[in-house]
Every structure is written in C-alpha cells, then in structure tokens.
Design a protein around this ligand. Sequence first.
Ligand SMILES: C[S@@+](CC[C@H](N)C(=O)[O-])C[C@H]1O[C@@H](n2cnc3c(N)ncnc32)[C@H](O)[C@@H]1O
Length: 378
Amino acid sequence: MTAELKTTSGELGVEWKPVFDAVPRSAFLPDLIWRHDLATGDVSAIDRRADPDGWWAAAGANTPLVTQWDDGRHEGRERGRVATISSSMPSLVSAMLADLDVRPGQRVLEIGTGTGWNAGLLAHRLGAGSVVSVDVDEGAVKAARGRLARLGLVAEVVHGDGFAGYGPGAPYDRMVVTCGVRTLPFAWVEQTRPGGVVLVPWGTHFSSTEATARLVVAEDGLSAQGTFTRPVTFMRLRSQRLAHASYDTYVTEESREAARISTTSRTHREVFAGTYDVNRFVLGLRVPDCTYLADRPREGRRPVWLYSLSDRSWACVVHRDERTELTVHQSGPRSLWDEVEAAYEWWTERGRPGFGRLGLTVDGGGQRAWLDEPEGPI
Ligand SMILES: C[S@@+](CC[C@H](N)C(=O)[O-])C[C@H]1O[C@@H](n2cnc3c(N)ncnc32)[C@H](O)[C@@H]1O
C-alpha cells in the first residue's frame, strides 16, 4: 500500500507514511465489496468469506471499492443501480490529503464519512478532538464509528446532511468533501476560518466529470476562491443528484417532427473526449442547464443526446469514429448542439485551458466559475 502511494501520488509528505501503515484501508471495508474497474466500467462482487485472497488483493489495489448501492435499499451480490458509498482509490485519497495540506494543531471537517478510512487517516495524523466527519447515511456512520474505535482512533462522526456543514464544531481550518457537489453551500465558507481551505469535488449537471476545487477563504471570511487541482468523479451529494433524463419525456413525435436539421463533422472524441479530460467540464461551464448522455459506442457509431434542464429542448447527433458529415437534430427553443459547438470553439480559441487555469469563487451571492482570474467569469 505505501509503495503504491509513493508511485501514484508522490506528493504526500513522509509524515504520512506511518499514518497509512497504522490505518490500513482493509480495516474499513465490509466483507462484501464491489471492485470498480475504471477503464472498462465493469464492477465485480468479492466476498471475503468466499474469496479471502481476492478480497485482500482488492483491498490493496489502487481502485475504488463500492460498499453500498441505492442508499442501502439494495441487497445481495448483484450490482445495484447507483453506487452510493465507496472507498475511493488510494491514490486519490492521498492526492486529496496532499491538496488539503493539514498541519498538526488544525481541525478538519469531512463531508462524506463513507467507510471512515479518510477520517481515520486524518484522526491519526491530527490527534483526538481534531476531526469531525458527517454522513447522511446512518448505517455508514455506525459502521465507521465501530471501525475507528477498534483502531483506537478518535474522530467525531455525525449523522446528518453535510450540506449544512456542522456548525457545533466550527470554525475549521480545513474542510474536505468526499462527494460530488453541483451547488456549494455558503455555510461551508462560513464554517471555515479565514485563510482556511475548502477542498471539494465540483462540477455541473452536464456530465459526471468533476474537478477538485481548492478554495481558500478570504481574510474577511465573506468568500472563498481558488483553482481546480485534478479531475475526479465522485458519488453525488444526496440532495444534488440529477433525476435520470428520460428520452420519452423529451423526444415526442411532435418534437421530432419540429426538429431542425443541420450538419457537423466533429467527432465525439474531439468535442467530448473522455471522463477525465477537461472537455466535458468546460462544456458544462459554458452550456448551463444541459445534460449530456452518450450511448456506448457500437461498431464505430455513438449516439449523443443533449437534454435541456430548463425546458424540453433536445439535440441528437450520432457520432462516428472517422470524420464525416453528420446529421444533427435539434428541437425546442434552445439549439443545444449549437450551444455545445460554440462552447467548444470558445475553449479552443483560448488555447484549450486545462483544469489549473479554471477556478471557482463562492460568496453569499452564489458561485461563479472563471478562467485565469476571478474577474474572468465564464
Ligand atoms: C465516496 S463516499 C466517501 C468516502 C469516504 N470519505 C471514505 O473514506 O470511505 C461518499 C459518501 O458521501 C455521503 N453523502 C452523500 N450525500 C451526503 C450528504 N448530503 N451529507 C453527508 N454525506 C453525504 C455518502 O453517504 C457516502 O458515504
């Protein structure tokens, strides 16, 4: 595990080595886990009672491990519909701890206790009375409390909605959020000290692509801002999940007949790229209230749907691997494909900025994403 952390992160200081040795991920995993292969999207169940070798191999691997589906309503070995708790990839856990940059004497609030592993690492590093962790899932809270106690670690694990932060423990020097957020609550800024850091996976409803925003709270405590450090995808904060956009509610016979037809020669890879590329993230910033759904590619063809979240506009393009002229269908008041192409061109004209040139400001008035400087709103 420690060797893996060195090779995958390289950023975490040596002071963390004894922490990872003393707080192993395996101590925070239930018997039944699902290994998530990020490359293929495949998920496989592993039960320690039936396959101890496989379980230990998974616990030591640099891969996310799902521990709950469908907010706990799902039972059995089969995968459920939505993964709702997981132990994140160890390389990501270590990278986020490096971004968080905690120092002895500081106090941390974690939103999203999950298995309790990250809270355990922080509690070992910072000591008793330094870590508060909130989770909306009561079962997760109970299990995490038990695991922490077995290792002799002291963290306050609270059952509640982390959207409100946790006022009774404020102010904190650091806040680390381990679920994906679309709208950042100002309470998180208010509960963090001036000069303190809020580290949060943030994105838009356009796609599951998120990036960790490292926001520093201003000296007057009235705002927080900073740039994005790395692409991620997290399980969404419970109240900010997007209900699945359903084809039937958008693509009626009438709206099909009214669709405007145009052409494009752009490939899917060129415009949307992969989950961890910056493309979908930027498109989401420039095309508000829109969600993108791509079917799995089949025989070089990939249908892409764009659905408006502000009305019933939709667009569809069936992309091909090779560059060729494609038909675009757009229906409703918005021309969503045109909006996406314009956003792509905007990004290209600015030299295809990566995550580090993009930033976020949060204050009492809401949140604003920007390019290069806070005065350059997107
Ligand atoms: C990826 S897991 C967190 C992993 C965890 N940090 C660990 O070390 O295992 C995401 C967690 O966020 C929690 N969560 C989702 N919405 C929440 C909310 N509104 N408030 C607090 N926790 C929430 C989920 O219940 C889940 O346990």
